[in-house]
Design a protein around this ligand. Sequence first.
Ligand SMILES: Nc1nc2c(c(=O)[nH]1)N[C@H]1C(S)=C(S)[C@@H](COP(=O)(O)OP(=O)(O)OC[C@H]3O[C@@H](n4cnc5c(=O)[nH]c(N)nc54)[C@H](O)[C@@H]3O)O[C@H]1N2
Ligand SMILES: Nc1nc2c(c(=O)[nH]1)N[C@H]1C(S)=C(S)[C@@H](COP(=O)(O)OP(=O)(O)OC[C@H]3O[C@@H](n4cnc5c(=O)[nH]c(N)nc54)[C@H](O)[C@@H]3O)O[C@H]1N2
Ligand code: SF4
Ligand SMILES: [Mo]
Length: 871
Amino acid sequence: MKSKDKKKVSRQGVSRRGFLKGAAIGAAAVTGADLLKGQAEAKEDGYYPATTSPSAEFDFTQKSGALQPDAIIDSACQFCNSLCRLKVHVKDGRIIDVLGEPDDPVQSGGFCVKGPMMTQLVYNRFRLKSPMKRVSGEKGSPDSKFEPISWDEALGTIATKFLALRDAGEVRAICASQQRFAIANKTSGRMPRGTGSVIGRFFTLLGSPNDTDVGPVCNDAGGNALAWTFGLGNFTNGYGKDGATGKEDLGAAKYFLFLGTNQAETHPVTFAYLLRSRAQTKAKLIVIDPRLTPTGAQADEWIAPKPHTDQALVLAMLHHILDKNLHDAAFVQKWVLGFEELKTHLVKQGYTPEWAETITGVPAGKIRQIAEEYARTKPAAIFCNAGISHQLNAFDTYRTLAFLAAVTGNIGVNGGGCNFMHNTWPGGLNLPAIEGNPPKKDVALPVGPDYFAESILTGKPYRLKAIATAGNPLVSSANTRQVKEAYRQLEFYVYTGLFMEESAYYADIILPVCSGFEMETVYMRRDDRAIRWQKQAVPRVGESKPDWEIWIDLAHAMAKLDKKNPPAYWTENFPLEWKDYRNLWATFVKNTPGMGGMTQERMEKRAEPLRWPCPSLDHPGVSTLYLDHPSWYQVVKGLGIRNADTASQDSDANRGVTATSGNQGKRFLTPSGKVEIYTSELEKKLAVAGHAALPIFYTHPEVTGKNPTIEYSKEFVQNPINPQALTQKVKLGGISSGEVHQEYPLMGMIGRPSVVHFHTVTQWTYTGKQMNGIRLVQIHPKVAQRVGIKNGDAIAVESPRGSITGTAQIWEGIREDTIFVPHTFGPMQKMAEELGTPYYEAANTLVDDQYYDNLSGQQAYKCFACRVRKA
Ligand SMILES: Nc1nc2c(c(=O)[nH]1)N[C@H]1C(S)=C(S)[C@@H](COP(=O)(O)OP(=O)(O)OC[C@H]3O[C@@H](n4cnc5c(=O)[nH]c(N)nc54)[C@H](O)[C@@H]3O)O[C@H]1N2
Ligand SMILES: Nc1nc2c(c(=O)[nH]1)N[C@H]1C(S)=C(S)[C@@H](COP(=O)(O)OP(=O)(O)OC[C@H]3O[C@@H](n4cnc5c(=O)[nH]c(N)nc54)[C@H](O)[C@@H]3O)O[C@H]1N2
Ligand code: SF4
Ligand SMILES: [Mo]
């Protein structure tokens, strides 16, 4: 080991644990001063993060003839929602460097370790370069053989299969009295904006309702709760200045309450912006997470509840705030419906801080303290992400959090809000009305790709026969063993992606897509509804195509083969000029409410991204939603009323924003124009699926102890918040038996491995595998001691579903009853060969798929019963 590497290891091993001394888990006792000490040590021992050059003051690349670019092209990063602009330096048609955008005040020239990895998606010997078809081998087998085919053959094969299923009645087969639908599509967050709308249109013409986006496994629940409480399903505030008031928005927060978000590793550049602002404002940062992360390391206080119990914590905060009359009475009176009902509910259910202590393990005094601070320190901003979304009770937890902001008047103000991440925009990019008479779509399977496996294996409520995906369901969907079996049995599978990922081995047809630098498009979006235009920097690799183009070409292949419709049915609904993304974008701008100012020409010129809603070319884009300001009332006139569909975020599966004139004069875009905590209408609608307007606490049955939990009935009902889909009705409140913990005493959480990896994509980059090629499972020292595990030991993690391997990382900063398992590692990630790192089974082998949020479709990835042993 080189001496520099040694120092790096010693910093992480010693300094980190050094600053953790005295941390009382569950009681939050890590102070900022301790943490800053940890950081200072990092510099002293000579270790620098990969993105900071030790010789930054003397940048010799500037004077090198060889390194002078021919052109600098404004593209963007395709990874996280910090949405960095990347200035791609090109020489002789090849990328020689990538830098950040200094003129964007939020980005401030920054980017993270992943920015330069964009180049490694372009220059990568593992890239898929042409369409392929299966020629031999069992589905899923690593020995599967594929051979290159032309695009014409690939798309012709898909069109033939889809039409055969449709015409055999499989798309609209009659089963009992309902139409059943056998063809499905699942998109990923990893797609150019608008692809979902193009695919949605394709599925409408086909007559199948089963095109689902990544939202239900990502963060839809947050958007759903926002839509049902305030009217729009979007992150409420903005980074940087609010154009309407000229004031800082989130940068002006005086109090940050973070739950289940590790932004330092998952949104590094926007988090850095918040930290820069906080250095000025001295805002307090509270991080609620069962383990200490680099985000928690920046906090004034880190609070570690038992996983999957945040709802109890927040109910108790509300109880205390209302009990002590710390709410904003004037705001409540004017803008909130159901305040008294909420108060009565909390008291009747006994949701006191003492009660919450027994559930969460967080002392009642600590809950009171943060409740009081949050209510008194204004403006206060809540941020949440996957740590909340990936809970069984995600919708109800998010609603409870929205109530917290509502009763304290922290909604519709600069620096406040419910910043439920990944509920950004565009959520629905509209295309013009369809020409012709497509078949009626009817109701879809329960929302989310996790249900696909159930459908294939059980035929309930009906069986899928053909699926196309973007993303990697064999790694990202719950209960991998079952997903494998399902995709093995699936009749026809089309995989689209950059690499031969795990899922590709199950495919009949494989289609290669472009990476971000190879296309002119709008790709990622910042959490605060902001997007940017990106230019193509280099030619497409091989024969790869961007997704929107693939689906337009497929529609034209259908036109040639469809015996039931004239060719125009497909061709006129998919004009070829849309293959040029600039034309497709102009169509979205024309047809989508609140988007009139978001033209390509305008965005291209801006160093900063542009936020939706932005109705006209002279509009700066809305930063704070629901601001009581003439600018907001002006904007909402043209926006849709609450529409659960607008909550969809990571993709845009044909769920348009509706235009209506009904919002005139409204501040909140709910039916009443007010914040809706309780209304009899809400109560009635949610009751259909077994929920209530005023949520009760319940959690996953694999949470330790005996807790209120959930039972699913066999009865399928229309999902009230996702009306396009069916759902199982639930009964809430039965007490869990706790039996599973006799054999599996611990709880496991799954999340991002580090700042280095972005889902499974970066596992195919050299830097990704080199910096973080080992799956490090965080285990508390006491647990490790109990089972005889030392730091660096090879271990197995076992759950009732199966087991996976990893390397033990002894971590004081995690609850004693909980371990953390990083996902995104997979068994087919060939880049491991270059580095000699191991192949791993998907972490989701451990996760149950039966327990999900029947409203949002969110899967409970963040809690499973488990045990660890030395491998
Ligand atoms: N580097 C990187 N960045 C990413 C991504 C990536 O793959 N890699 N993915 C992007 C995407 S699609 C998403 S959705 C976001 C996700 O971003 P995050 O939500 O920040 O990421 P996670 O690691 O999934 O979960 C966040 C934290 O939730 C904690 N947690 C687990 N269970 C609970 C719980 O019950 N309560 C609370 N309060 N906390 C809990 C975990 O310990 C973890 O630290 O990141 C985006 N950015
Ligand atoms: N246990 C557990 N499971 C989780 C999570 C968790 O925290 N814990 N997180 C969940 C979350 S938040 C999310 S968002 C999902 C992510 O789930 P997915 O979206 O299924 O997974 P990714 O790994 O992002 O998908 C990467 C694939 O997309 C391909 N790809 C990259 N760019 C493009 C493109 O432009 N077009 C197309 N067609 N393909 C492209 C790559 O080749 C690769 O095959 O995973 C979920 N699963
Ligand atoms: S991963 Fe996120 S923070 Fe890192 S460069 Fe890309 S957009 Fe910026
Ligand atoms: Mo996600």
